[in-house]
Design a protein around this ligand. Structure first.
Ligand SMILES: O=P(O)(O)OC[C@H]1O[C@](O)(CO)[C@@H](O)[C@@H]1O
Length: 406
């Protein structure tokens, strides 16, 4: 990672680029993306045009320069504006956040996802998501919910918040890199919260308070989205919230990010959990189904969630929506990068300062999977650095941080 040549202001930390060999960002562009292209290629019986487009994308992203979208692409103008100054440059020399986002747009384009035809709307990551949803691990996690049935809201709330937080560890992109290994329970129990401001979150959502409007910006499908939905059910059922708005991606993104069709699959998985004798999960699934029907749970898929920018430049419509929320819960590593800015901040940079742009209270729930970090105290940073672990990027550590505007 190196500093962008023209940082917006002298006070800002360097924008993360991918041009330092051995850095995390470089590894994603040079190794993770090519591996992903091959995994997607093998997962479907694609035809010659798609294989050729994948070959070209692989060559361009690793050795070539950034090309604009093809003439006739429905969003060519939008990306032409979003990518000004980046086209014609190496993928490694532009902001990492931009390069990753455009890579997913281009990958889907190579496969015919956006064009009218037989492959339109086919999620290239669908087989990976489906396998995860079918897994025995999910059976076990759903069955374990029975232990929480009938417990007090003050017991259920923290347990379900923790499940939603650590669910972020189970992202498919992360697993592609770790040789397909599932994050183990042992790894989870060894893991540490580097910041925990959950008390401030709960103070906004008292059980029985029932006036709150909560927005949840989702991250991964499957083993993350299910605990997110269970947490949402808890907020509604315990009277902590009167309505919840769940924000998902408008198209498949970052391997396993949730789309509307993933929400449907996860809600079905919950509602049908009865067959695995997971009675409470099935009850939760039915309640969520009902909440969708009567409008207490609403799903939105704004195009900005697949835009290559931090949240401080979100469009006005979205800004107004978040301004009306009692609190917005923002899930995952990518959303954290977009929230605080994808820069090499000093880890002690106050989180509140970085998210002052957000139009209302915001809670970040994230396992650490990239270099960006803010809001840590000096002792915590010293201990983490002394540990010798890859604490910023390995997903073994997590945080709950609160901040936001008025
Ligand atoms: O699913 P999450 O938690 O947003 O994690 C996504 C992270 O994975 C990567 O795409 C690659 O590891 C990171 O660059 C990114 O921040």
């Amino acid at each position: 990672m190196t500093a962008d040549a023209t940082p917006p202001s002298a006070d800002d930390a360097p924008v993360i680029l991918g041009n330092e060999p051995g850095s995390f960002a470089w590894g994603v562009l040079a190794k993770r993306h090519p591996a992903l292209v091959e995994q997607v290629r093998d997962a479907f019986p694609y035809g010659p045009a798609q294989h050729a487009a994948l070959d070209a994308l692989l060559e361009e992203t690793t050795h070539g320069v950034i090309e604009p979208l093809a003439a006739g692409a429905h969003d060519r103008e939008r990306w032409a504006a979003w990518g000004q100054g980046h086209f014609g440059r190496s993928w490694f020399d532009v902001p990492f956040l931009w390069a990753e986002s455009y890579f997913y747009r281009r990958l889907l384009g190579a496969l015919g996802y956006f064009e009218p035809g037989p492959w339109q709307g086919i999620d290239p990551f669908g087989p990976f998501k489906a396998a995860e949803l079918r897994s025995a691990t999910v059976d076990d996690e759903l069955a374990a919910l029975d232990e929480l049935a009938g417990r007090h809201a003050d017991v259920q709330g923290p347990a379900l918040l923790g499940a939603s937080l650590w669910g972020n560890r189970a992202d498919l992109g992360f697993r592609l890199d770790s040789g397909g290994a599932q994050p183990s329970t042992a790894a989870r129990t060894d893991s540490r919260l580097v910041a925990d401001e959950s008390a401030a979150l709960w103070s906004l959502l008292p059980a029985g308070g029932a006036a709150a409007s909560v927005h949840v910006v989702a991250d991964n499908a499957g083993r993350e989205l299910i605990p997110d939905l269970v947490l949402i059910d808890h907020l509604l059922h315990a009277g902590r919230a009167v309505e919840v708005v769940l924000h998902v991606k408008p198209y498949p993104y970052y391997v396993s990010d949730s789309t509307m069709s993933d929400v449907v699959d996860s809600m079905r998985r919950l509602a049908r959990a009865q067959v695995q004798a997971a009675r409470y999960a099935a009850e939760i699934g039915r309640r969520l189904w009902g909440a969708m029907a009567d409008g207490r749970l609403v799903v939105r898929a704004h195009e900005f969630f697949c835009a290559p920018f931090p949240y401080d430049v979100m469009p006005d419509g979205l800004r107004e929506e978040f301004a009306g929320a009692t609190v917005t819960i923002v899930k995952g590593d990518l959303n954290y990068r977009r929230l605080v800015g994808d820069r090499l901040w000093e880890p002690t940079t106050p989180f509140g300062e970085r998210v002052a742009h957000f139009p209302g209270p915001v809670a970040a729930l994230r396992t650490l999977k990239s270099d960006v970090i803010t809001g840590l105290d000096r002792d915590t940073v010293a201990a983490l650095e002394a540990s010798g672990q890859a604490w910023r990027t390995s997903g073994t550590h997590a945080l709950i941080q609160m901040g936001g505007g008025p």
